[in-house]
Design a protein around this ligand. Structure first.
Ligand code: ZN
Length: 237
């Protein structure tokens, strides 16, 4: 019991998996920040701001029910389908850099996904409530199952936690597709020149890697929980 007890759970060998996940996330985050800051200093030839680019992309696609708004923060850009707003952060909204234009176009890529009924974003949206619950109560259920010695309860906790992992996985095609749509539109509408487009691609690829790292980290965490629950069962046999 000393190895898999509640206190021991924090220090057993499977904790290495959690540490690997944390390191991956830190590396990805450092990479996106350095790539972003590099291309945030490259002003685009068109001289358009992130907000102007988003507005132009929406106009070209005949989308007039989505507003482009300014939100505080750094790299907090997102499209909110609940109130149909493209939210651009301090570093994107008024900036004419290649990085800002890439991010603004990426958020419009999400608008286009909703507009065209792209299936992975529908699945992702449908998973949001369950994933929120799964990430909050999955682990407590597992710990409770281990404490009171009920392996079936711990296993239910693993399934609940898995919903949060599934959400992270379905986020990947959604993010890569939004970036792909963004780069195609920026080139097609003549907003970025060909070499600028390659720079925007670097920024968006680095941003996508943070989602890859987050997904890898949650898979590692799931693997760890499975190992603990299975180890606990064989320990008691
Ligand atoms: Zn995105």
């Amino acid at each position: 019991m000393y190895r898999y007890g509640y206190g021991g759970m924090m220090f057993d060998y499977t904790y290495v998996l959690v540490l690997i996940g944390a390191v991956l996330c830190m590396l990805a985050s450092a990479m996106v920040r350095s790539t972003y800051s590099k291309y945030a200093r490259v002003r685009s030839m068109s001289g358009m701001t992130g907000a102007q680019v988003a507005t132009e992309i929406l106009r070209r696609n005949g989308i007039n029910d989505v507003a482009v708004v300014h939100v505080p923060g750094d790299l907090s850009d997102h499209f909110d389908p609940r109130n149909n707003t493209v939210n651009l952060s301090d570093s994107t909204y008024g900036s004419t850099s290649v990085a800002a234009i890439g991010v603004a176009a990426h958020e419009c890529g999400h608008v286009m996904q909703h507009h065209t009924g792209y299936v992975p974003i529908k699945i992702r949206s449908a998973l949001v409530p369950a994933a929120n619950i799964g990430s909050k109560i999955g682990l407590p259920i597992i710990i409770l199952g281990l404490i009171i010695g009920m392996t079936p309860l711990a296993k239910i906790g693993i399934w609940v936690f898995s919903i949060a992992v599934a959400f992270q996985l379905v986020t990947l095609p959604v993010e890569f597709d939004a970036s792909h749509r963004a780069l195609v539109m920026l080139e097609e509408y003549g907003i970025l020149a060909h070499d600028e487009n390659a720079q925007a691609r670097k920024v968006l690829t680095a941003a996508a890697l943070t989602y890859v790292a987050a997904a890898a980290s949650s898979i590692l965490q799931l693997l760890r929980l499975v190992l603990i629950v299975n180890g606990n069962r064989s320990n008691r046999r």
